[in-house]
Design a protein around this ligand. Sequence first.
Ligand SMILES: C[S@@+](CC[C@H](N)C(=O)[O-])C[C@H]1O[C@@H](n2cnc3c(N)ncnc32)[C@H](O)[C@@H]1O
Length: 259
Amino acid sequence: MSINNEIYSRQAGGWWDENHFLHLLKTGINPPRFRYFHEALTSQLGRETRNLSVLDVGCGGGILSEEFARIGCRVTGIDPSVPSLETARQHAAAQGLPIDYRQASGESIPFETGAFDVVICCDVLEHVNDLEKTLREAARVLKPGGMLCYDTINRTAESRKANIFAAQDFPLTSFFPRNTHVWEKFITPDELLLLFDKSGFEHRDMTGLNSALPDLQVAGLLIRRKLGLLTFAELGRHLQFQTGGGMQASYLGWAVRNS
Ligand SMILES: C[S@@+](CC[C@H](N)C(=O)[O-])C[C@H]1O[C@@H](n2cnc3c(N)ncnc32)[C@H](O)[C@@H]1O
């Protein structure tokens, strides 16, 4: 079964629409993941964010790119989807954020070696055609000591239940089109750690990214959204995603480019 990355071109108008499933990223997982990366960057790596050069690989509509731009970073976003980039450009312009968006894939990043202080690969690693090539490219364009921020989905029975069955297949709860995610492309933490090692990264931290609610309550919210009682923006907020805890479904972390 192959992943349907065409969604990001066909539905590119949805990134900033509170009634669209792509907006779940904005109100659901974006707040906790950005807090986590910001804390790692400033407190643990001790970096000043103003003027840091950041590359957002697979930036989509720019949801995370804009957060980094707002704290003073010089942000470049790349994505294969031209319509998503157009949405990202228009939104950034309306916010007065000077983000440079370009069409490219993670497997072939069109920038010089050592060009960036930070590379972001969020909700992207499980979408690319060649994971190892993407990580090697991310390492190549990072300065030595530069930071890689990522989040992705584990390949477990739990992620099959939550991210495939509930999110895509079961009519009462589903919100993603089929094949938005493909279970076989999910990545276990051990596989990722091995690839980081091979690609020139020193891994620093990894933790879960989960709803704070019990499964039954999550199911109830998904059904209320399906009945039109909640927008996707509201659903994202109600799910109360947080970092920490188990890594059976989504997880995130960061690594540093070896010197
Ligand atoms: C789930 S979205 C994540 C968007 C954004 N990173 C975020 O978290 O808000 C996945 C994105 O990966 C992009 N993508 C798919 N294949 C890719 C590739 N080979 N290289 C880079 N990005 C890719 C898609 O076009 C889409 O915008």
